[in-house]
Design a protein around this ligand. Structure first.
Ligand code: C2E
Ligand code: CA
Ligand code: CA
Length: 400
């Protein structure tokens, strides 16, 4: 980026801590970004954006602020049709960052990246230089929240479909399984990701029916693949409350058998934070499922604060490290430390270790070197519909 563009780029820096705010402004100015305005919270930032005579190119915002926090600010930016870049400053709480990133992608905001505080000149420079010109404005349709009735209708009309993301055995460099991920091919809203409807399903009690529907489709698909001579393991996401349903294990077993799928090929994923919220409630069901040879995976590991003690009690077969500790972990000492500790813990408990969210060669090399058994991430492939998968598996090779 040349000097002139740099000095003209309009940046809004939002932070409630004056010291950090001043530091950010200084770092930016030292890099040649002269046109920096500060705002002490989300409310002030919005007022500045609305009243300013020229649009901002970049908003750099802290997530944890009183008055209006960064997550809420993102929502307002979307409503205000802000099309510039956004950089998130993450403090200690990775969960908030996850939520913010999910929200941002649901709103199609242009997130340039998330960086730890305080602002590091090298990191921020890289992000700002990568700034692409604002995309042409598409008419903005505010995301009306999805209602329970709408979701029920979508499920009844079979608009929920599955996409599959390959999971690669690191040592063999071979695709050995897939994770089934739900998509809603909504008649009016277009395709929606799970972030738009899983929370509604969980709050409304539709989640059990949704999980059953997803599972049935997944089993049917694996059965069909295996008749074509491709044997894949399949991972399915399950909410913790569904685990406690009395007929759940029988349903899983009967459905798998009906489609000719060996339960040993099926991995049930449940997030670490959900498990830890109800260890006692699901322990017995999980034991039962293990005895039927289903695999059990603890998903989004690293975000849910489980203790070794708790982990030892539940017979997990797989530990799935959250992408926050995989993606770009080579350059983030704290993420890398959590990655390494998680691998170590998983190995001690004899679990299969999956690194999620590997997007680059660096990510792949790091997780391979750390000792992860499987990798799932955009570096291998994004989730894809069933008709693309077999061809993909056939031709996929680890890039040299
Ligand atoms: P998850 O179980 O952690 O699934 C992995 C998510 O990470 C998927 O997002 C996948 O597309 C995304 N991902 C995979 N590799 C990469 C990568 O390299 N980079 C990045 N940035 N992202 C990557 P997706 O499909 O949007 O799903 C989001 C979450 O929704 C899932 O997270 C899961 O918790 C939930 N979900 C999806 N399908 C179901 C379902 O059928 N039932 C339930 N209960 N939850 C579901
Ligand atoms: Ca999962
Ligand atoms: Ca995950």
């Amino acid at each position: 980026m040349d000097e002139r563009i740099r000095s003209e780029l309009r940046i809004l820096s939002v932070d409630d801590e004056e010291f950090l705010q001043n530091l950010s402004v200084r770092v930016l100015k030292n890099l040649g970004y002269e046109n920096v305005t500060s705002a002490g919270n989300g409310v002030l930032a919005l007022a500045e954006i609305r009243e300013s005579t020229a649009p901002y190119d970049v908003v750099i915002t802290d997530l944890n602020m009183p008055e209006m926090d960064g997550v809420e600010l993102l929502r307002h930016l979307a409503v205000n049709q802000y099309t510039g870049g956004i950089i998130l400053l993450s403090g200690e709480d990775e969960r908030i960052l996850e939520t913010a990133l999910e929200l941002a992608s649901a709103h199609r905001l242009n997130i340039l990246g998330a960086v730890p505080k305080p602002l590091n000149p090298g990191v921020i420079k890289g992000l700002l230089e990568a700034l692409k010109p604002a995309r042409p404005k598409v008419p903005y349709q505010p995301l009306e929240p999805i209602t329970e009735a709408e979701l029920r209708r979508g499920m009844e009309t079979d608009e929920l479909q599955l996409v599959y993301q390959p999971k690669v055995d690191v040592r063999k460099s071979k695709i050995t399984g897939v994770e089934a991920l739900a998509r809603w091919r909504h008649a009016e809203r277009g395709t929606l990701g799970p972030g738009a409807f899983i929370p509604v399903a969980e709050q409304s009690g539709l989640i059990d029916g949704l999980t059953y529907a997803v599972y049935k489709k997944a089993m049917r698909q694996v059965g069909a693949w295996s008749r074509e001579g491709i044997d894949l393991n399949i991972s399915v996401n399950v909410s913790i409350n569904t685990f406690t349903l009395p007929d759940f294990p029988e349903f899983l077993l009967a459905t798998a058998q009906k489609e000719g799928v060996d339960p040993a090929r099926v991995i049930l994923e449940v997030t670490e934070s959900q498990v830890m919220s109800n260890v006692l409630g699901c322990l017995e069901k999980m034991m039962h499922l293990r005895m039927k040879r289903f695999g059990l995976s603890i998903d989004d590991f690293g975000t849910g604060h489980s203790s070794l003690q708790q982990l030892k009690r539940i017979p997990f077969t797989e530990l799935k490290i959250d992408r926050a500790f995989v993606n770009e972990a080579a350059a983030k000492p704290s993420a890398r430390a959590i990655l390494e500790t998680s691998v170590d813990l998983g190995k001690r408990l004899k679990m299969d270790i999956v690194a999620e969210g590997a997007e680059t060669r660096e990510d792949w090399d790091l997780v391979a070197q750390t000792g992860c058994d499987h990798v799932q991430g955009y570096y291998v492939a994004k989730p894809m519909p069933n008709h693309e998968l077999l061809q993909f598996i056939d031709t996929w090779k680890l890039p040299p």
